[in-house]
Design a protein around this ligand. Structure first.
Ligand SMILES: CC(C)(COP(=O)(O)OP(=O)(O)OC[C@H]1O[C@@H](n2cnc3c(N)ncnc32)[C@H](O)[C@@H]1OP(=O)(O)O)[C@@H](O)C(=O)NCCC(=O)NCCS
Length: 150
């Protein structure tokens, strides 16, 4: 089955919020927060579809950091039955491509230090660990990773 990556729309909010709550428990973004990100002028949101069904999504944002444009991945979610099919890789590569087209020079993200799946994904795609974020998730530490987009 082929995976199609498309721009996300606010009209898909219900489906995206459902996947967000399947993927994260306490740390799930609220419906309102996802709505705000989907309509943020500096936000980039993509959905992954299989047979026309949304099975994953990614949301990133572009900031200005020390006079350089930087990308920040805020969430990447793949619905549990569709994992290990390369969907997250496709989403991440596509958002990096869009960042680069917009002149973004680097991409950063944060992840729970015990999130092995996400850490392996990011490292496979060339993200490097920059720092440990003490108690970033309340009870758990985070890791800050970054990739230079060349
Ligand atoms: C992390 C997540 C997005 C990965 O999505 P996915 O579509 O299953 O990932 P992919 O199939 O593209 O996997 C790409 C690579 O990531 C790594 N990976 C993904 N899931 C993994 C797992 N469960 N265990 C170990 N490595 C894993 C592997 O290196 C994999 O490459 P491979 O299949 O060739 O070995 C998904 O597990 C998810 O939605 N988790 C809950 C939400 C979350 O934690 N998001 C990240 C927050 S920072």
């Amino acid at each position: 089955m082929s995976i199609v990556i498309e721009d996300a729309s606010i009209k898909q909010l219900d489906e995206l919020y459902k996947i967000e709550t399947e993927c994260f428990k306490k740390e799930a973004f609220s419906r309102q927060h996802i709505a705000n990100l989907l309509t943020d002028y500096n936000g980039i949101s993509l959905v992954a579809k299989m047979n026309d069904k949304i099975v994953g999504f990614i949301i990133g944002i572009i900031h200005m950091e020390r006079n350089t444009l930087a990308g920040h991945i805020l969430t990447i979610d793949v619905s549990p039955p569709y994992r290990r099919k390369g969907i997250a890789q496709r989403l991440l590569k596509k958002i990096e491509e869009i960042f680069k087209e917009k002149g973004v020079k680097s991409c950063r993200l944060e992840v729970r230090e015990d999130n092995v799946a996400a850490l392996r994904l990011y490292q496979k795609l060339g993200y490097k660990k920059i720092a440990k974020l003490e108690y970033y998730y309340g009870d758990a530490h985070g890791i800050y990773l970054r990739k230079i987009l060349s």
